[in-house]
Design a protein around this ligand. Structure first.
Ligand code: MN
Ligand code: MN
Length: 448
């Protein structure tokens, strides 16, 4: 009578030996994606590079496209849309996956440079939801661009190469931490140097730092005001555990869904419907801004694809997977989960009918007809999945880009890899779940 009852499945019960190997092999590509795309800008550049190798070309608004054509739209180097044109009319709807490529981090402020206590520092402003203490006493990289008034751009990437120096935020020694206060945003100051020339009179270390930067990049202090520099963890993606079944990395949220959304799209040849992968910026701070999910550039691209067909019908018939992570049950912190409705590691991508907080506030609560149709497609294509909520009622909550897709009258549900230590500088996800997310996106693109 076991069919009467629902029992969650674990990939290690279900996967064949070949499929396990395929999953682990797939994750080698994912680790490269992680290490090459620590910021949204780096992620856009790397995504376009691998898509171009698969025949994708830059989309030209107004140009006629034929089934099988592969295009991309680069939005300000910080968000990107990829599409494969389908055989069906746009009025049959688009099959869309949407994931985000920004992650919590520390941004460098417009006037960042100061010296104190024989050291030079950069002031930072944290981006997204972080637990501030986690960013102290770990190796950090500096990545970004300095846009100069003469129209040129200087690319900065220090800390990622084995031979590079790294950057550092101090923490209080335990010996003096008896009455310690929590780490605040204004405490997250980056140490950038301590040396100087004897000739320097005032601001000796600041001047020494600017001399170095001027020599290498041709910049002066005011150029920071027109820069976008971010501090991210310097650590690379690594296998975790004796069995190598997990991956530790910065930025799994949400590259762990961005990569499957992209890799599955890149594997499509002549799909029935036009398939679209949207990789957006700014999800971690509310999806606002010109590169976020709320920006018109996404609607404009879909309208351009409609090309003379009725766009209202196209949108109404479209479907989307809002591909974003969920929290996996963590036995060490069991009290914030409701075990029956929590996602579990190695049980497949987690389908979240609604997110939100305090009585589902702010949630895009997906239609049951839609989720049932998707689940049927996943069953027919041997895709594992689980249904979950983020955590215990009133323990907190969260949101995704789903609501901004629903605003466009496109049916949508959140599905993503369930992970541990979300938003930490080094997060954890499982290889079978990551691979299954690729399989899920592909089944959705090809069969919805
Ligand atoms: Mn996310
Ligand atoms: Mn997040």
């Amino acid at each position: 009578m076991s069919e009467l009852l629902y029992t969650p499945k674990n990939a290690y019960d279900v996967f064949s030996e070949e499929e396990l190997k395929a999953a682990y092999d797939y994750c080698e590509g994912y680790k490269k994606f992680l290490d090459n795309g620590k910021t949204e800008r780096a992620c856009v550049a790397y995504s376009i590079e691998i898509a171009k190798a698969k025949g994708f070309v830059e989309f030209v608004d107004g140009k006629k496209y034929a089934p099988g054509d592969k295009v991309y739209v680069n939005q300000k180097n910080k968000a990107v849309i990829f599409a494969v044109i389908g055989k069906e009319s746009p009025e049959k709807g688009f099959n869309i996956t949407a994931a985000h490529i920004d992650s919590p981090r520390l941004d460098i402020r417009p006037n960042p440079l100061y010296e104190d206590g024989n050291m030079a520092y950069f002031k930072t402003h944290y981006y997204g939801g972080i637990r501030k203490y986690q960013w102290t006493a770990i190796p950090l990289s500096l990545i970004g661009v300095i846009c100069k008034k003469d129209g040129t751009t200087v690319n900065i990437n220090i800390g990622e190469d084995e031979n590079d120096p790294i950057f550092y935020i101090t923490d209080l020694l335990p010996h003096l931490a008896k009455d310690a206060k929590p780490i605040h945003g204004e405490d997250l100051n980056i140490i950038i140097g301590s040396a100087y020339d004897k000739e320097n009179k005032e601001d000796k270390i600041k001047t020494a730092v600017m001399k170095l930067l001027n020599k290498k990049y041709g910049i002066s202090e005011s150029d920071f005001q027109t820069a976008e520099l971010t501090i991210v963890p310097a650590a690379k993606a690594k296998d975790v555990g004796f069995d190598r079944s997990l991956i530790g990395s910065y930025g799994h949220d949400d590259r762990v869904c961005s990569y499957p959304a992209l890799s599955s799209l890149l594997s499509l040849e002549n799909p029935e419907k036009t398939c679209v992968a949207v990789l957006v910026d700014k999800e971690e701070i509310g999806s606002a801004g010109i590169t976020g999910m709320r920006s018109a550039f996404i609607t404009d691209f879909l309208l351009a694809l409609c090309d003379g067909y009725n766009s209202r019908v196209a949108f109404k018939n479209s479907a989307a997977v809002s591909a974003d992570v969920s929290a996996a049950f963590d036995p060490t912190f069991a009290s914030v989960y409701e075990k029956r409705n929590a996602a579990h590691i190695n049980c497949g991508p987690a389908i979240c009918k609604y997110t939100g907080h305090g009585g589902k506030a702010g949630a895009s609560d997906a239609c049951p007809e839609f989720i049932a149709k998707l689940a049927g497609i996943f069953d027919a294509n041997e895709v594992m999945y689980q249904f979950c909520e983020l955590g215990r009622i009133d323990a907190g909550g969260g949101g995704t880009v789903a609501q901004y897709i629903a605003d466009r009258n496109i049916e949508v549900v959140d599905i993503g890899v369930a992970m541990l230590s979300m938003h930490a500088p080094y997060e954890l996800a499982s290889k079978t779940d990551i691979y299954m997310m690729h399989k899920l996106c592909k089944a959705f693109y090809e069969n919805y």
